[in-house]
Design a protein around this ligand. Sequence first.
Ligand code: ASP
Length: 330
Amino acid sequence: MSRKSLFKRRSFLQILGLGYASTILNSCKTENIKKEPLTSLKAPFVLSTWYHEVDNTIALNTMVDQSKTSLDAIVAGIKNVENNPDDASVGYGGRPDRAGNVTLDACIMNAEGDAGSVSFLKNIKNPIEVARHVMEETPHVMLSGEGAYKFAREKGFEHIDLLTPSSKKEWEKWVKSSQYQPEINIENHDTVGMIAMDDNNNISGGCSTSGMAYKLEGRVGDSPIIGAGLYVDNEIGAATATGVGELVMKTLGSFLVVELMRQGHNPQEACRLAVIRIVERYDTKDMQVGFIACSKSGKFGAYSIFPGFIYTITDSTQNSVLEALSYYSK
Ligand code: ASP
């Protein structure tokens, strides 16, 4: 099944509002999804949450063909996701809040440990680029709402309507019942979190999302919060998260994964322990969280609460979609 048709299928399931959507989705996974983590990646490499073979390839080529840094790779890869109207959880075409506004969250970190972030940003297509401007051109880490919008406009970003006709149609349908129910593994929460290592073994990461579909107006999730949706420590490794942001924020999940790696755990085990922290502390019924991580030596891993969390790894020898191991089994 192509990436595009997978998107269509996910949207279809979402529209139907099927409670067992994840089961159906799991039963029609592409055959090339591998279940066992491979041992390691060779720099330069890229890994990201969910299905992002094309976007990872763009990021990898930025480092390989254009000899640019992992930071440039992150911006190029994530920007491509933000520009894709078929991706209903990120950037242009992202699902709106319950008032019908598309509000975007994103953050970025470089190998020096610098960070930039925007939250509750409206009418700007590429929050990942705005986050980079915040990191590189202001004394701050995070800009939000109207201030983030004004900053983006000053930097030359165009004002656009982020609500596509199909997102609008879905929202209008949703408004009739107005039932808010996060669903596992489908696109009301499919943030892109991306990590890259370049030839100089420098790690950068980024995260971008339109957040939970039909969230309360003003809600900000984990994705723009440094340490929650993303954390990079160039001496140790990096981690990024997707899923119900409230759970990730309360545990500072990505920072936790990196700190567990610092204590000697491999990325796979660090992701598993962070998921266990969430599951043991909170009621996670029907709530998905997934982490991906890599270490400085190129080892990688992922783990989620429920089955069905997919991630993509890309280096010069492979562009593979894997299914993470999970706390609960099918
Ligand atoms: N973590 C994001 C949020 O809570 C959603 C997602 O990962 O899909 O906003």
